[in-house]
Design a protein around this ligand. Structure first.
Ligand code: ATP
Ligand code: MG
Length: 758
């Protein structure tokens, strides 16, 4: 046993200490937010290594995001040094892709399989629904994919569904056919979708016990963070991994791996992805002789914040009561604000952020949470106007841009020639004279011969088309084949550069003369930089590794703790994170709880957990805000305060004077009357009439100390050339009024507007 004064145990409370030191078969740590679950998991791993109880290669730790994985790896390294190399710390998806690529052959797939993202899955589903005319009986792309996703998360494959579905229901019969075709198409394309990644790994282990045994023998310690958000497939995977491996004659027998899971059922917020709270509730039954440790001391937040969180979550039924406490004291009161519009609310947020800055906070210590992405717009506009640097993780959608997807079409085609979807995407991009009729002829030939579309490129002459188009098809095939020959060894950025240049994709955009295309060409250059950066981080990284990395990239991975900007993110993305100051915005009915959730079983409780997750992210200061009217779907609608606000004891919130003011939490029933009536007055006139048109960029640009004077001529990326007609404000808040030649008069924040002086 480690010495009592081992630095690794320093500062832990008795329960945490017990959790780090417990050495039974299975351990469940259930505890509220901020009680040190993730920290304890990290120390457990460090302890196993430091006290020579395990080799790094015997450890498999699962986190919810890639970023959390990187952080955990870093912390373990800081605690025990380089001995930590060789551990698997990753998300479920990354771990499974790693296993599947190694075992692709057993699965009947090729090692370079493509991982379909949502857009790819949608494109495929669209074709299938169209071919089956399934839309005529009410199938939508999203609906069908949702059903199939749920089936996969429950480990129901096509055969399983066929056995259990009610075939006298025509919709079920059609769904079965859709599921069958979707699965077959993925197989043909040597591709998996997100849900397959987990499910196929489970099937692999079940079908090939000797393959499962490789991993069961290897991983002696399996640890899972955020266990409350595992779905059935992930649960099954954990069970498979921790089973005793089948005995191999002549080799010593192995027990199942030890399992540690940590979670908080109050923070389960992914039911829509099939997360199943039962996994945590029934842990003791499923893993006999398991030890349960509770942690109740919170090390993150002040008592006021915890009191608010405790009283909100107490309204959920069917949960084990637990009460978080801290020893840091009550701290500041929660600040509340009711705006008359989303912009007014955003202005409040911006003003408070500036105050926090003046008081010494850095932008990085501040986060603004929203329920849905549509709420970010007014925040962005006001932040840009106030020169507050911000970032929206997952908001840039860089990988969803058409030109970037085109580039990936090329990359995927050279890595995985079976992927017809990728080839169709780039067939005529840039334009090379292969029209829809030609493509249809090619498709028909591929189907007749039962080969991937790529094969047809190699035999274009047999299509019997004109010489020009035949040559174009042959050229494309040769380009792909030549680059494909380098895939195993060449660096991803070199492959990308070769494809972009030789296909003419980059040049076509660069030389088109359209400024929009210019920006697209720059995005392709940015992609090349990213590929280079990837190779720096992963010196051995192949193209397939790069593609995997991008496919598994998620919003939370984009958060940068040191870039000097405020993070605006959804509550779902905020899980597991912490900030000194947190703004919870849009606390209105229809937003939180979201209108979609209200009629769903358990929806109100799930949204309450989301609110609880939001509150418990704050270390020192919590702001809650709402607007009495909000623009949605191009309309302005009156909104009512979220029912959850009334669940925070009134004395914990200090409401700031606001445009209309009126709502106070603490007394229930207030929300019966629409806000506008309770105000008895019309909302005040907006503070700013000018339309703010600075384009929204994820990273705020900075023109340094560019100074403009009346009469200067400038060029704006979107509005073209114009002349400055007035300048107001000083320093970073300088605003120029510009008369553009075609776009009219605009007001621009000089520091960040995309302009140059002529
Ligand atoms: P969540 O439920 O939000 O995921 P968690 O239970 O995983 O939270 P951690 O993130 O591990 O909690 O810890 C919350 C904060 O408390 C972190 O800043 C962590 O460093 C700190 N912390 C945890 N345990 C201790 C301790 N014994 N002493 C001091 N600080 C601690
Ligand atoms: Mg945690």
């Amino acid at each position: 046993p480690p010495p009592d004064d081992d630095p690794l145990l320093a500062g832990l409370n008795p329960q945490q200490r017990e959790a780090v030191l417990y050495r039974g078969q299975s351990l469940l740590i259930v505890a509220g937010a901020g009680s040190g679950k993730t920290s304890v998991l990290t120390r457990r791993i460090a302890g196993l290594l430091k006290w020579r109880e395990a080799w790094p290669s015997q450890i498999l730790a699962i986190t919810f995001t890639n970023k959390a994985a990187a952080e955990m790896r870093e912390r373990v390294r800081a605690l025990v040094g380089d001995e930590s190399d060789g551990m698997w710390i990753s998300t479920f998806h990354s771990a499974c892709v790693r296993i599947l690529r190694r075992q692709a052959e057993a699965m009947g797939m090729k090692q370079s399989f493509t991982i379909y993202d949502t857009a790819d899955s949608r494109a495929l589903m669209k074709r299938i629904i169209k071919e089956l005319d399934a839309d005529t009986i009410g199938f939508t792309v999203g609906g069908a994919l949702g059903r199939i996703s749920r089936l996969k998360n429950e480990l129901t494959d096509v055969d399983g569904f066929a056995r259990n579905a009610n075939m006298s229901d025509p919709k079920e019969a059609v769904l079965l056919e859709i599921f069958r075709q979707y699965t077959a198409a993925l197989r043909r394309a040597n591709a998996l979708d997100f849900d397959d990644i987990i499910a196929e790994t489970v099937y692999l282990f079940r079908a090939f016990p000797e393959v499962a045994a490789l991993y069961q023998r290897r991983f002696r310690h399996v640890l899972v963070d955020e266990y409350q958000d595992t779905n059935h497939a992930q649960y099954a995977l954990v069970r498979e991994l921790t089973r005793a491996p089948v005995a191999v004659p002549g080799q010593s027998a192995f027990d199942g791996a030890s399992l540690t899971v940590v979670g908080d059922s109050d923070q389960s917020i992914y039911a829509f992805r099939g997360a199943d709270i039962r996994n945590i509730v029934e842990f003791e039954r499923d893993f006999p002789n398991s030890k349960v440790i509770l942690l109740e001391q919170n090390y993150r937040s002040t008592q006021n914040i915890l009191d608010a969180a405790n009283s909100v979550i107490a309204n959920n039924f069917d949960r084990k009561a637990k009460n978080l406490f801290t020893v840091v004291g009550s701290g500041d009161k929660i600040i509340g604000y009711t705006g008359y519009s989303g912009h007014d609310e955003a202005q409040f947020v911006a003003d408070e952020i500036e105050k926090l800055r003046d008081a010494g906070s850095s932008y990085n210590d501040i986060a603004v949470f929203v329920r849905t992405n549509s709420q970010t717009r007014p925040l962005e506009e006001i932040f840009i106007r106030s020169a507050i640097p911000y970032r929206i993780p997952g908001g840039t959608k860089f990988y969803e841009r058409a030109e970037v997807k085109d580039a990936f079409g090329y990359l995927i085609q050279v890595a995985n020639p079976d992927d017809d979807l990728a080839l169709r995407r780039i067939m005529n991009v840039p334009k090379r004279g292969i029209g829809p009729a030609t493509e249809a002829a090619m498709q028909a030939m591929a189907e007749r011969q039962g080969v991937p579309l790529r094969e047809v490129l190699r035999d274009a002459a047999s299509l019997g088309l004109g010489p020009k188009v035949t040559a174009a098809i042959t050229d494309l095939g040769e380009l792909l084949d030549e680059v494909a020959a380098t895939v195993a060894t060449a660096a991803p950025h070199d492959i990308l550069t070769a494809l972009l240049t030789r296909s003419g994709l980059h040049a076509a955009l660069k030389n088109s003369g359209d400024p929009q295309d210019e920006a697209r060409a720059e995005n392709l250059e940015e992609l090349v930089s990213q590929a280079k950066e990837f190779r720096v981080q992963n010196p051995e990284g192949t193209l397939v590794d790069f593609l995997t990395n991008v496919a598994l990239f998620s919003a939370a991975d984009e958060i940068d703790d040191h870039d000097g900007s405020v993070s605006i993110m959804t509550l779902h993305t905020a899980k597991g994170l912490e900030y000194d100051s947190v703004f919870l915005t849009g606390l209105e009915e229809d937003l939180l709880p979201h209108r979609m959730s209200v009629n769903e079983t358990g929806g109100i409780a799930e949204e309450r957990r989301l609110f609880y997750v939001g509150i418990t992210r704050a270390r020192k200061r919590l702001f809650v805000s709402l607007a009495t009217s909000r623009a949605s779907f191009g309309d302005v609608a009156v909104s009512m305060p979220s029912r959850y606000l009334a669940e925070i004891p009134g004395e914990l919130i200090e409401w700031r004077d606001s445009g209309g003011s009126g709502f106070r939490s603490g007394f229930r029933g207030v929300r019966a009357a629409p806000m506008r009536e309770s105000y008895g007055q019309l909302p005040p006139a907006p503070r700013q009439k000018t339309e703010w048109t600075t384009p929204i960029t994820a990273k705020v640009r900075d023109n340094g100390d560019l100074t403009l004077a009346v009469g200067d001529r400038i060029r704006h990326t979107d509005f073209g050339e114009g002349r400055v007609s007035a300048v107001t404000g000083v320093g970073p808040k300088t605003v120029a009024e510009v008369q553009f030649e075609t776009a009219g008069r605009k007001r621009l924040l000089v520091k960040i507007a995309p302009i140059e002086k002529l």
